[in-house]
Design a protein around this ligand. Structure first.
Ligand code: IMP
Length: 193
């Protein structure tokens, strides 16, 4: 698994039952994220992890796009408030930058790439989840932008950080991408049986 983000790992572990996910070893360096799309970044990370470890690898590249900011922060979500910014600083900047009475629609996007050392092409699965940006953070679950992300599919007015992990997984960008990947892995596994 080409990630050291404990939150992503925890979610993917629950979303990919039957697959043992091992965090990327500390001595493996990933190339800088210079891609302009989630898909491109996920492919590069998965390929680098598969080549470095000699094992199949999954990489997650994800983020949030705000309509009022023309889709920003997008692939720069982790570094929105600066290269070393914390989740709290990134969220605070998003809440400052999106006008209070403007378009508050947002979307989470997740690209999951799967790479194998001896197979040239990576497979990429993308999931999206649309919502509205709350005016102030609420809730303690999830991570990142979750305290201000009110998903369209929740019947209440809860933020992602106020949902149980299972509820988030059922509608999240990562949940959708992971279910598509799990289905493809099952088909691929059945084909070699
Ligand atoms: P990456 O590690 O470069 O893919 O950065 C992902 C960025 O998007 C981080 O800033 C996360 O906080 C944010 N992000 C991705 N997925 C989620 C999520 O499920 N909830 C909240 N924030 C997320």
């Amino acid at each position: 698994m080409s990630s050291r983000n404990a939150h992503k790992l925890r979610e993917l572990d629950a979303l990919l039952p039957g697959h043992e996910l091992v965090p990327l070893p500390a001595d493996v360096e990933l190339p800088p994220e210079t891609g302009t799309t989630f898909e491109e970044n996920a492919r590069v990370k998965a390929r680098a992890a598969a080549e470095a470890t000699g094992e199949p690898a999954i990489a997650d590249d994800s983020g949030i796009a705000a309509a009022a900011l023309g889709g920003q922060p997008g692939v720069r979500s982790a570094r929105f408030a600066g290269d070393e910014a914390t989740d709290e600083e990134n969220l605070a900047k998003l809440l400052r930058d999106v006008p209070r009475d403007g378009d508050r629609s947002v979307a989470y996007v997740c690209a999951l790439a799967f790479a194998e050392p001896d197979v040239e092409a990576e497979r990429v699965f993308e999931g999206r989840c649309t919502g509205t940006l709350a005016t102030a953070p609420r809730g303690t679950g999830g991570f990142g932008y979750d305290p201000a992300f009110v998903p369209d599919e929740d019947p209440g007015d809860r933020t992602m950080a106020e949902l149980d992990p299972d509820e988030k997984d059922a509608i999240s960008h990562r949940g959708r991408a992971a279910r598509a990947l799990a289905e493809w892995l099952e088909t691929a596994r059945a084909a070699v049986r």
